[in-house]
Design a protein around this ligand. Structure first.
Ligand SMILES: Nc1ncnc2c1ncn2[C@@H]1O[C@H](COP(=O)(O)OP(=O)(O)O)[C@@H](O)[C@H]1O
Ligand SMILES: [Mg+2]
Length: 227
C-alpha cells in the first residue's frame, strides 16, 4: 500500500482535528506529496448534492490532491450532530468496526504519498456497546497523530489520551499543540509541560488564528518530523 498513513485523534471534539488535518494535507502538497484524507464516520450532516454531507469531510476533500468520491471519503454520514452510536440508532443503524475498517481499506487502495483518517470526538468514542473508534487505527495498523486542543484542562486530557493509545497497542507518531482558546493565559507553559511528558515528536504549535483558514495552518507544521 506504500506511503505515509496516519489516524488523526484529538483530546476531545472541537480541538482542531479537521483544521490540523487540512494543514497537514496542505503541508504534504507543498512538499510535492500526493495526498488525501478520509472521514469515515461523520455525525452531523446536511442534505447536499451527493446525499448527506458533512463539513469535515468536505473540508478534507478540498485539501486533498487526490480526488475521491464523497462516499469513499465519508462512507458513514449520519444526520444528527450527536455521539455517533446515538446518531446511528436514530436512523435505525448500527456501527460496526469491521465494516468501517473495510470501507477505509477500500479507500486506502487509492495510491498516495500521504494519507490521513480523521476520527470523531476523542479516543474512547463508542461505536456500539462493545467497540470504540480506537479499533479503527488498531485494525488498520495506523500510527496516530494526536491533536491537543490547548485550553485549561488539556494536560490531563492529553496525558490520559496518550496513555490510552499506548494501552491499546497503537503507535503515537506525533502530536500537535493547537491553541484553540484565545483567552487562555500561560498556554506556553502547558505546551512546554506536554513536550516533556509526551514521548513523540511535536509536529507543531498552531497559534490561535483569527482567520482560521487551512492554507494558513501548514506553516506551523513540520511534517518532516513524521515522514
Ligand atoms: N488554532 C485555531 N485558531 C482558531 N480557531 C481554531 C483553531 N483550531 C480550530 N479552530 C476552530 O475551532 C473549531 C473546531 O475545529 P475543528 O478542526 O472542526 O475541530 P474537530 O475536528 O476536532 O472537531 C472550528 O471552527 C475551527 O475553525
Ligand atoms: Mg472534525
Amino acid at each position: 500500500m506504500g506511503g505515509h498513513k496516519f489516524f488523526i485523534a484529538g483530546t476531545d471534539t472541537d480541538v482542531g482535528k479537521t483544521l490540523v488535518s487540512q494543514g497537514l494535507l496542505e503541508a504534504a502538497k507543498q512538499q510535492g506529496l500526493s495526498c488525501f484524507g478520509l472521514k469515515p464516520i461523520a455525525a452531523g450532516c446536511e442534505e447536499g448534492e451527493q446525499g448527506l454531507e458533512n463539513q469535515d469531510a468536505l473540508k478534507i476533500m478540498a485539501s486533498s490532491s487526490i480526488k475521491l468520491s464523497y462516499q469513499q471519503v465519508n462512507p458513514i454520514a449520519l444526520k444528527a450532530a450527536v455521539a455517533p452510536h446515538v446518531a446511528a440508532a436514530m436512523q435505525g443503524r448500527k456501527l460496526d468496526a469491521q465494516r468501517i475498517s473495510g470501507f477505509c481499506r477500500g479507500a486506502l487502495m487509492n495510491k498516495a504519498d500521504f494519507v490521513l483518517i480523521e476520527g470523531a470526538g476523542g479516543w474512547r468514542v463508542p461505536l456500539n456497546n462493545r467497540e470504540t473508534l480506537a479499533l479503527i487505527p488498531k485494525e488498520l495498523n495506523l500510527p496516530v497523530i494526536l491533536v491537543v486542543g490547548v485550553k485549561l484542562g488539556c494536560i490531563n486530557h492529553a496525558l490520559l489520551t496518550v496513555e490510552a493509545i499506548k494501552r491499546d497497542g497503537i503507535e503515537l507518531a506525533g502530536w500537535v499543540a493547537n491553541k484553540v482558546d484565545s483567552n487562555m493565559s500561560m498556554s506556553d507553559e502547558s505546551v512546554e509541560y506536554l513536550t516533556g511528558a509526551i514521548h513523540a515528536p511535536l509536529i507543531g504549535i498552531i497559534p490561535y488564528l483569527i482567520d482560521n483558514k487551512a492554507e494558513n495552518v501548514s506553516r506551523y507544521l513540520q511534517i518532516e518530523r513524521i515522514l
